[in-house]
Design a protein around this ligand. Structure first.
Ligand code: NAD
Ligand code: TDX
Length: 340
């Protein structure tokens, strides 16, 4: 049966991968992308999707209640998946306000529309950062779904607040919600402010690679498409009102990642520059994805050694080089003004 799925933040890194997956593997879905296109959204990302008759794009802010209501009235979505967010921790440290507005208030506006117009499912895309961090000397510890929320940055606090609001809308209003909390994603089309694309970009331009502190902080890396399959599994098999952790047991210290990238690109380690640490820098993230594996039959399929090659190859491709150049020069901001 044909269904309409409204995806917010579908011009961003993970949201676009999710839209592509739906268009490729779930042709029965009509995909509506609602994205205001912040600095993090290069329009080139959705060039191909715009040609697909199953896809529609609204350049709209999720904080704009009137505009969101209008889209719900017109499109009558069955399912809403909320990716839209301010997503970069460093930016949240310098400018927290917009994180609270988009990540918390935007979520409330979407869920109010869901209540008003009725939906089958509201899914919130969340992060392992809501659990805070784990000590480096306790490799036996992992984040479980019932690990207390204990955030460090304005970003993670805004995401945790949104999660609590989502669960409150379920309990108070009976909204049929699910939440997924994922570890660090990597892959093509990631904005070059995040660790992996930034390091690839700087290394290819023989610029220094800024590693915070001693580079010993640990992140748990998941290929973006595996994350999107996980969200699809939650939508199709997950229980309403539940939280699912998504991760691949692929923990690496930042310095390890940086050295892998340099090695793959044939660049010298002398490009590494140790810089001042991030304020409140989380030490280690480590997801236990057992619940998603057991209940949903989900498991990542891309090994890091393969995913990192796919990622580097994409950033070195003509498309990847042009896309990154547009992001770093801000060229597309002029394009947005002209076209929308
Ligand atoms: P991104 O920054 O690449 O994309 C975010 C998208 O949201 C952009 O296209 C942006 O234009 C859009 N957006 C921002 N504010 C908006 C608003 N007010 N209205 C409409 N659209 C708006 O981020 P991403 O890495 O793709 O992350 C997507 C989601 O996944 C976020 O909710 C993030 O918290 C979560 N997440 C990310 C990771 C990761 O490693 N990147 C890991 C776990 C969870
Ligand atoms: O220049 C850098 N140097 C550096 O050492 C940058 C940009 C990062 N780092 C470190 C900080 C982190 O320990 O690398 C690690 C990864 O940093 P980010 O790419 O900024 O990701 P992180 O802070 O871990 O958050 C990411 O994962 C969880 C996403 O940005 C979030 O949206 C997601 O929720």
């Amino acid at each position: 049966m044909s269904k309409t799925i409204l995806v917010t933040g579908g011009t961003g890194f993970i949201g676009n991968c999710f839209c592509k997956l739906l268009l490729d593997e779930r042709p029965e879905y009509k995909v509506i992308n609602v994205d205001v296109c912040t600095y993090a959204a290069n329009p080139a990302t959705i060039e191909e999707e715009l040609k697909n008759s199953n896809y529609k794009f609204y350049k709209t802010d999720i904080r704009d209640r009137e505009a969101i209501d209008k889209i719900f009235e017109t499109e009558k979505p069955d399912i809403v998946v909320n990716f839209a967010a301010e997503s970069h921790v460093d930016r949240s440290i310098t400018n927290p306000g917009i994180f609270l507005e988009t990540n918390i208030m935007g979520t409330a506006v979407l869920m109010d529309a869901c209540r008003k117009y009725g939906i089958e499912r509201y899914h919130q895309v969340s992060t392992d950062e809501v659990y805070g961090d784990l000590p480096l000397d306790r490799p036996d510890l992992f984040f479980h779904e019932d690990t207390p929320l204990h955030t460090s940055s304005p970003y993670s606090t805004s995401k945790a607040s949104a999660d609590l609001l989502v669960l409150a809308y379920h309990r108070t209003y009976g909204l049929p919600v699910t939440i997924s909390r994922c570890s660090n994603n990597y892959g093509p089309y990631q904005f070059p402010e995040k660790l992996i694309p930034l390091m690839i970009h700087n290394a290819t331009h023989d610029k220094s690679l800024p590693v915070y502190g001693e580079g010993l902080n640990v992140r748990d890396w998941l290929y973006v498409k595996d994350h999107c399959y996980g969200i699809l599994a939650v939508l199709e098999k997950g229980r309403v009102g539940e939280v699912y952790n998504l991760g691949g047991h692929n923990e690496k210290a930042n310095i390890e990642i940086v050295k892998i990238i340099l090695e793959k690109l044939g660049k010298p380690e002398s490009l590494i520059t140790y810089v001042a640490d991030r304020h409140g820098h989380d030490q280690r993230y480590a997801i236990d994805p057992q619940k998603a594996m057991d209940e949903l039959g989900w498991a990542p399929t891309t090994m890091f050694k393969d995913g990192i090659v796919l990622t580097i190859d994409w950033y070195l491709s003509e498309e990847g080089k042009k896309w990154t150049e547009e992001c770093t020069s801000g060229e597309y901001l002029k394009w947005i003004e002209k076209n929308y």
